[in-house]
Each structure stands twice: as C-alpha cells, then as structure tokens.
Design a protein around this ligand. Structure first.
Ligand code: B12
Ligand code: SF4
Ligand code: SF4
Length: 316
C-alpha cells in the first residue's frame, strides 16, 4: 500500500535542522536530453563520470527500491558571519589569492548529510517503515534540476540554481524515500530576464548561452578537479580553489541572507590557511585546514601550482 507523509512534517524538520527551504518531486522519468547535448559537445572536459549512471540520472528512483519521492533541501552559505571574516588583505585587492567562499566552511558534504540523516531518523521514530537515502553533490542525477522541479528556484544563466529569497550561494541535498507526500511544486519563473552580468564577469567566457558551462574553460574545474596544471589560457583571477566570480556578479547574491548557518560552521583553520598562502604557503597549516573542509580533495602540490598560475595571471 502507498505510504504517505505530510509534507509539513518534512518542512518543519528541515527548518529545525537548519535548511532554508525544501520541496519535493514525485517519482517520474526526467528529460535529460540537454545533458546528452552537453556531453556531445565535450563540455564535461575530463569528468568522465558525468557520462556514467545515465539510467540513474534519468530515473533517480532506481537508487532506492520502491522510491516514491525525492525531497530537495537548500542551504545558504551567504552568511553575515562569513562577510565579517577578517582577511589579511583587503577583499578588493587586485592581487589577493582566494578560495571560493564555500570552502571557508566545514565540509558541506558531511555537514548536510548529517542533517539529512538526522531528519530521516526523526521521521523513522514516528514512521518506522520510512526508508531514506541522502545525497549531497555525489548524486548521479542533476541536483539543480531536481531542486528546480521541486519549486526551489530557477536555473540562472551561469547554470546555478537561484532561490528568490536566498540567491544562488546555496547548496543542495536530497532524500529519496519510499513515501509519497502531499506537496504540489510551483515552478518558479526565470527571473534572470535580460541580465547578463555573470556572462560578462566570467574571465574565461565559460558560460554558454543555454545556461550551461563549458568546463574546459571554467576556473572552478581547472583548479579543483583537473589534476594537471591549469592551462595557460585560463585566467584564475586569484582563485586558487573554486571560483565565485559568476556568483558574486549576480544581483541575487548582493547581501548576506542569514547571519550564520546552523548546519555549516566556519572552519577557523581556513582563515589561517589563506593568510599563510598570501604570505608564505605552509604545508602544516594546509594539512590542518583540509581536515573537515571541502578542500579535502586537493593535494598541496596542486594548490602550489594554482598559486603559481594565479601569480602569473596577475602579471599578464
Ligand atoms: C560537475 C559539477 C561541477 C562542474 C561543472 C558545473 C556545471 N555547471 O555543470 C564544476 C567543477 C565546473 C562545478 C563548479 C561549481 N559548482 Co558544481 N557540481 C557539479 C555536479 C557534481 C554535477 C553537475 C552536472 O551534472 N553538470 C552537468 C550539467 C550539464 O548539468 P546541470 O548543470 O545539472 O544542468 C542540467 C539541468 O540543470 C538541466 N536544466 C537546466 N535548465 C533546465 C531547464 C529545464 C526546463 C529542464 C527540464 C532542465 C534544465 O539541464 C542541464 C543538462 O542536463 C553538481 C552536483 C550534482 N550531482 O548535481 C555540483 C553542483 C552543481 N555544484 C555546485 C556548486 C556550489 C559549484 C560552484 C559554485 C563551486 C565554486 N564556487 O567553485 C561552481 C559553479 C560553477 C558554475 N557556474 O556552474 C552546487 C550548485 C548549487 C546551486 N545553487 O545550484 C551543486 C548542485 C552541488 C551541491 N550539492 O550543492 N561543479
Ligand atoms: S565559476 Fe568562474 S570560470 Fe566558471 S563560469 Fe563562473 S565565473 Fe566563469
Ligand atoms: S548574474 Fe544575472 S543572468 Fe546571471 S544568474 Fe544572476 S540574474 Fe541571472
């Protein structure tokens, strides 16, 4: 028999956990034709995994037996607490080396998963038959597409999900479950209208005209994922891990939306790391900072190489 959970229960647990909002999509096959177009053009660069698990990308419900619903959750990291952080140089300084802002927090994969499994365990206390698997970033399906269909925002020209209240400095997580729910998603209108600020701000022309990114040209791909040195034609513009340029250009991100996050605390060692990097990069500070940080996947050598590349970019 079909089991149903009242969406209000999920929503109140999501708020209690510290998410900014949530929505739901019920079981159906997604249209992923645009993903194939993107792959065909080679825009995935060397990320071959985006070519795999196509059945699960199309039908995330294959990830859990008898799956009925995907609950989608958003978490803002555009915090006043982050804005108040003191950096060794002025933010506006032209020659400042920087990490993408989400990396100054603890590892969001772990923090969001913890919050999602807390929600699952609270529900199981009331509904012992509730089954749920949580995903953050590592899902084979497009988290932005699910969040959009769950009514949590629209896809901006820079390909990122924008929420009307919280902007696009938000992270997305999901719970796939065997329960149905009484939620009717309202698809949000695209409010980019004739704005092109992100396209104009991108130093590498990486933003395509159909709301996708050409990863071969994106700093964020080259300084985080590409194991080799960043190609000469890429301008990192000071970003040595990730890139926030198209996010910072977006009018929807202009001011912090929350004071701090209940889920995502700042990683105090990241500030020490960026201070050291702007003076004299120190491996022991790096090793401390990368524990419980999203930068965990990068090697010190690669970071040093990104630093060198950024310095070359400053001179050219
Ligand atoms: C691979 C990846 C990257 C790659 C490629 C990014 C990209 N835009 O594709 C790189 C390394 C460059 C990257 C960078 C960043 N990433 Co990233 N990344 C991913 C990952 C793992 C997969 C994305 C993917 O499949 N891309 C392939 C493209 C083709 O698919 P897509 O962008 O999802 O777009 C599809 C749908 O949106 C759909 N679609 C678009 N519009 C519409 C409209 C309609 C009507 C329909 C039906 C469908 C549709 O069609 C597209 C093709 O199928 C996701 C997590 C996940 N599993 O989803 C995180 C994710 C997208 N990344 C995230 C973040 C935060 C970032 C960075 C901001 C980090 C940083 N500061 O450096 C940058 C942003 C760069 C940018 N402008 O995109 C967040 C985005 C949150 C948000 N607000 O949207 C995600 C969702 C991770 C998370 N759990 O929060 N990332
Ligand atoms: S993340 Fe940076 S390089 Fe990539 S599309 Fe945005 S502005 Fe361009
Ligand atoms: S900068 Fe403008 S075009 Fe780009 S995502 Fe934001 S609102 Fe949309």
């Amino acid at each position: 028999m079909n089991k149903i959970i009242d969406f209000e229960i999920i929503k109140s647990l999501a708020f209690e956990a510290g998410f900014q909002d949530c929505g739901a999509v019920s079981s159906k096959e997604f249209d992923i034709s645009s993903h194939f177009d993107w792959l065909e053009k080679g825009y995935n660069a060397e990320m071959q995994y985006l070519n795999k698990n196509i059945d699960k990308r199309k039908n995330p419900y294959l990830l859990l037996e008898n799956a009925q619903t995907i609950f989608s959750f958003i978490l803002s990291y555009n915090t006043q607490e982050f804005a108040n952080m003191h950096f060794s140089q002025n933010e506006e300084s032209k020659h400042l080396l920087k990490f993408a802002s989400y990396s100054y927090f603890e590892d969001y994969h772990k923090a969001i998963k913890r919050a999602l499994y807390w929600i699952i365990s609270c529900i199981q206390d009331i509904y012992p038959e509730f089954k749920g698997i949580a995903f953050v970033d590592s899902s084979p399906f497009s988290e932005k597409m699910v969040a959009r269909e769950a009514g949590l925002g629209w896809i901006g020209k820079n390909s990122i999900l924008i929420n009307k209240s919280y902007g696009s400095k938000i992270l997305i997580g999901e719970i796939i479950t065997n329960y149905s729910t009484n939620y009717k998603a309202q698809i949000v209108d695209d409010l980019c209208e004739d704005c092109k600020l992100c396209i104009e701000a991108c130093p590498n022309n990486a933003i395509n005209l159909n709301k996708t990114i050409n990863c071969n040209l994106c700093s964020s791909y080259h300084n985080m994922i590409n194991k080799e040195s960043v190609p000469k034609n890429i301008n990192l513009d000071g970003y040595i891990y990730g890139c926030d340029i198209c996010l910072n250009a977006c009018p929807w991100n202009k001011k912090p939306r929350i004071f701090n996050s209940k889920i995502l605390g700042l990683n105090p060692n990241m500030q020490k790391l960026i201070d050291s990097i702007n003076n004299n990069p120190d491996k022991s500070i790096f090793n401390k900072a990368k524990k419980n940080s999203a930068i965990e996947n990068i090697k010190f050598q690669k970071l040093l190489s990104n630093i060198e590349k950024s310095k070359e970019d400053f001179l050219s």
